[in-house]
Design a binder for this molecule. Structure first.
Ligand code: SF4
Ligand code: SF4
Ligand code: SF4
Length: 192
């Protein structure tokens, strides 16, 4: 059920629902902790799909979590970037390229429009640019593209979560080894 709910969610990974990403929100819906109307990027379309899946009545988007708005992508005004890497740390899908003290740039095709990189930038050089509104005849093509983009965002989010988990396991292991080495050297000095 969690996977089915997660498949409906837009994978923007913006945390507006009050959870750390789409999957944690899917888990909260499945366990009855969260309601189905907390995802602004999914909007009415998403709420109706969730209601259908869960066999319950749809309800309006709860404005406490934000408003539905057209998709946009982040853009870095590169001449102003000071290379602080704060945006990279904030991006949930690794859509920003750059290194410390070097100019950064957004990979537009990977950006979900979550806006999480905007606030941490100390020099306000990240802006959101709305995507052009599609013509009616392009709608089905755009929908197919949206589905593919959501799947890619989900894969990038999952990969980032796995990387963070591995990093914290490695850090814990290193700390354990340092503690063991310290205890050993203390014992040796006591013996001497
Ligand atoms: S798109 Fe944003 S608000 Fe919607 S479920 Fe994902 S993280 Fe939550
Ligand atoms: S580049 Fe910014 S807006 Fe785009 S996905 Fe990353 S954090 Fe979100
Ligand atoms: S947060 Fe702003 S200044 Fe810092 S690296 Fe990102 S774009 Fe550049």
């Amino acid at each position: 059920m969690i996977d089915q709910i997660n498949a409906i969610l837009p994978q923007t990974q913006c945390r507006q629902c009050g959870f750390q990403g789409c999957r944690p929100y899917a888990e909260a819906i499945a366990s009855g902790v969260a309601d189905i109307n907390q995802c602004p990027p999914g909007g009415d379309e998403g709420i109706i799909a969730l209601a259908h899946l869960l066999n319950i009545d749809p309800k309006p988007l709860n404005p406490q979590f934000g408003q539905h708005k057209p998709k946009s992508v982040a853009f870095i005004i590169e001449k102003d970037c000071i290379g602080c890497v704060k945006c990279i740390a904030a991006c949930p899908v690794d859509a920003i390229l750059g290194a410390a003290k070097f100019m950064h740039t957004v990979i537009a095709s990977e950006c979900t429009g979550c806006e999480l990189c905007v606030a941490p930038c100390p020099v306000d050089c990240i802006i959101m640019k709305p995507l052009p509104t599609p013509l009616d005849k392009e709608q089905s093509l755009i929908q197919a593209q949206k589905n593919t983009t959501a799947q890619l965002a989900k894969q990038r989010y999952d990969a980032r979560c796995l990387r963070k988990e591995n990093e914290s396991i490695e850090n814990a292991e290193r700390a354990k080894q340092r503690r063991a080495a310290l205890v050993k050297s203390q014992l040796e000095s006591q013996t001497v």
